[in-house]
Structure formats: C-alpha cells, structure tokens
Write a new protein. Sequence first.
Length: 74
Amino acid sequence: MWPGVVMLPTMAVGASDGRYLRLAGIPTYGVQGFFVDRDDVRAHGRDERMPVQSFYEGQTFLYELVKALSIGSD
C-alpha cells in the first residue's frame, strides 16, 4: 500500500491480549498500519488522536493483511 516505506520492528510498551496466547505457548506478534506524527504521540491520553486518513488507510491495510494471510500461498 505504501511503496518505498521501510518497515522495521519496534517494541511497544504496555500490554495486549496477546499476553494470554503467549501464556498458552502460542507466539504472538502485533502489527499496525497507522501513521502518526512521532513528535505528537498522545496514546491513551484524554486527547488521543490520529489523522483521519491514517485511520482509514490502517483499516484497509489490516483488512488486506488478514485476507492475504487467510488465503495462504499455493
């Protein structure tokens, strides 16, 4: 969806529902397709926000990712 954008792994602080899967021995990874201004991070604050375009593009990205993973490769 975003030609030329470099992907790199990061570690996010905080918890996720993946905690319960990992406790059951299931490796769990997260991915998001949202772009935010790295100088304006307001995660979980009273004024948490992201650009509207980023929200809709992220939803499309996640939909296409799940669809591609569920089809598998032949």
